[in-house]
Design a protein around this ligand. Structure first.
Ligand SMILES: NC(=O)c1ccc[n+]([C@@H]2O[C@H](COP(=O)([O-])OP(=O)(O)OC[C@H]3O[C@@H](n4cnc5c(N)ncnc54)[C@H](OP(=O)(O)O)[C@@H]3O)[C@@H](O)[C@H]2O)c1
Length: 272
């Protein structure tokens, strides 16, 4: 029988690419997204079914979980992928922007986990794959809120993995480096405050360097391949770094003193 994967945020980027990758391998895919009405690509695949899911809507999560379970009979893997970045100086963020960033990337992910955990626990198998980031173990400028969320996802997932292991439920963290998706242009929530101009030159310089890095970065397929590896793994390995020198960056972060690593970040991102 074909296995089934449930993905959040499958309308673009890593989520969409992963839906296509798993379908091409014969898996059933519950591709969830905020506006399936706009989806023109995934609907053409026999193995993919699209569902409307906004991870901020608690009651929506239960409904869609039950629909997918009914449609496919069982679910083997959950991929918590939905997320975006608030980008800009923290001082410019409104309370709503702060709350939405954490609600989406952290609380939304946790709510989806809570929906799946009792099911996986009773089934005595299942894999939860949380899309974190290299930015869950190191930081770059102007992404303070985003990093806050991804560091939270790292800590949450690592701790969760202890308590689910006795039930044969695996928890995996995917840690992409820069990946060429809508993450850098369509999706960010730009933090700007009227009259607060002191950060502008710095923010423009850093943002331009992010866009350059994104343009040179690999496409989302490299992440889908690693998600495939994690989904099919028979062991309890927790972390999978992928793309744009991610393993090397994390290695440097581990071995260098804070001041050296942060000095390197300043040097590379601050340049004109
Ligand atoms: N690209 C990178 O360099 C990179 C690096 C490290 C980690 N990541 C992580 O990878 C994940 C996917 O990002 P991506 O690069 O593929 O960017 P993307 O193309 O912008 O995709 C983000 C997806 O999340 C969805 N989303 C946002 N808020 C949502 C909500 N409330 N409910 C449901 N879905 C929601 C978006 O839906 P809409 O289409 O409706 O907006 C979209 O489908 C994110 O968690 C991101 O933090 C990305």
């Amino acid at each position: 029988m074909s296995k089934t994967i449930f993905i959040t945020g499958a309308s673009s980027g890593i989520g969409k690419s992963t839906a296509i990758y798993f379908a091409s391998k014969g898996w059933n895919v519950a591709a969830t997204m905020r506006k399936p009405i706009n989806e023109t690509e995934l609907i053409n695949y026999d193995h993919i079914k699209c569902y409307a899911l906004d991870v901020l809507k608690e009651e929506n999560i239960q409904q869609v979980f039950e629909m997918a379970l009914k449609d496919f009979g069982a679910i083997d893997v959950l991929v918590n992928n939905a997320g975006y970045a608030a980008l800009g100086p923290f001082e410019a963020a409104t309370k709503d922007q702060i709350v939405k960033q954490f609600d989406t990337n952290v609380i939304g992910l946790m709510s989806v986990c809570q929906q799946f955990i009792p099911y996986f626990r009773k089934q005595k198998s299942g894999t939860i794959i949380n899309i974190a980031s290299v930015g869950g173990r190191l930081t770059f400028p102007l992404y303070s809120l985003y990093h806050g969320t991804k560091w939270a996802v790292e800590g949450f997932s690592e701790s969760l993995s202890f308590e689910l292991r006795p039930f044969n439920v695996k928890v995996k963290l995917i840690e992409p480096g820069a990946i060429r998706t809508d993450f850098y242009d369509r999706s960010p929530d730009t933090l700007k405050k009227e009259g607060l101009t002191v950060y502008d030159a710095y923010a423009d310089r850093i943002s331009a360097n992010y866009l350059k890095a994104a343009a040179a970065a690999p496409g989302p397929e490299v992440v889908s391949q690693i998600i495939w590896k994690a989904a099919n793994s028979n062991n309890f390995r927790l972390r999978y770094a992928v793309g744009s020198g991610a393993p090397f960056l994390l290695f440097l972060r581990r071995v260098l003193p804070d001041a050296w690593f942060m000095g390197l970040v300043r040097m590379f991102l601050n340049k004109e």
